[in-house]
Design a protein. Structure first.
Length: 200
């Protein structure tokens, strides 16, 4: 399983010094040269995410609550705040800052979460880049503690997690992951395939 260290920034984040992990495992379909990277860091109040996709022909048609953003060009972060639990959040975003947010232990028992103003709650910002698009957002500690009251943002804490890129209805459908998948068919909802992230 892959491992990643989540850096601590008590004040201003210097993204240039945050290591990037490569979402480069091409899954289930032929390689169409789409790639993704993800950076993660934290302070005392939140986890901060920067995702970047190298991708032409971006699809961004969905913008309403409950939309299946995996049909669009989509970047995703699945994580278990309790490494001894299989319950995880799945954050899935498109270029329109449209969020599909779930909480579950597997695909079959997924519960959809629909915050009133997700872009505001998670401070989500997207932008086009020269070769694709990127996304910045944060996951507040207060939000995580609604589901995991004992969770702490502290050195040595662990997440089990995976990072994904997909686009089911894009001109070039694709599936990518950070940690490899052991599924023979498309399925990101597999905590058994999550890697390990440790807070610095």
């Amino acid at each position: 399983m892959n491992r990643y260290t989540i850096k601590y920034f008590p004040k201003n984040i210097d993204w240039d010094s945050v290591p990037a992990l490569d979402v480069s495992n091409v899954l289930w379909l032929p390689d169409c040269n789409i790639r993704m990277s993800q950076q993660i860091c934290y302070d005392d109040n939140a986890i901060y995410i920067h995702q970047k996709s190298v991708e032409k022909n971006i699809r961004a048609e969905l913008s309403t609550p409950l939309a299946m953003v995996c049909d669009d060009s989509c970047m995703e972060f699945f994580f278990c705040p309790d490494p001894d639990s299989d319950r995880y959040f799945n954050f899935e975003w498109n270029l329109n800052s449209c969020l599909y947010l779930g909480f579950c232990a597997n695909r079959e028992n997924s519960v959809r979460l629909v915050p009133p103003n997700p872009s505001e709650l998670f401070d989500a910002h997207t932008a086009l880049t020269d070769d694709g698009w990127e996304l910045f957002y944060k996951i507040p500690l207060s939000f995580i503690r609604l589901f995991f009251p004992d969770f702490k943002l502290e050195s040595g804490a662990l997440l089990r997690a995976n990072c994904y890129k997909c686009g089911d209805k894009t001109p070039h459908p694709h599936y990518l992951s950070w940690n490899p998948s052991t599924s023979e068919t498309p399925d990101f909802h597999r905590p058994c395939d999550f890697g390990t992230m440790i807070f610095e």
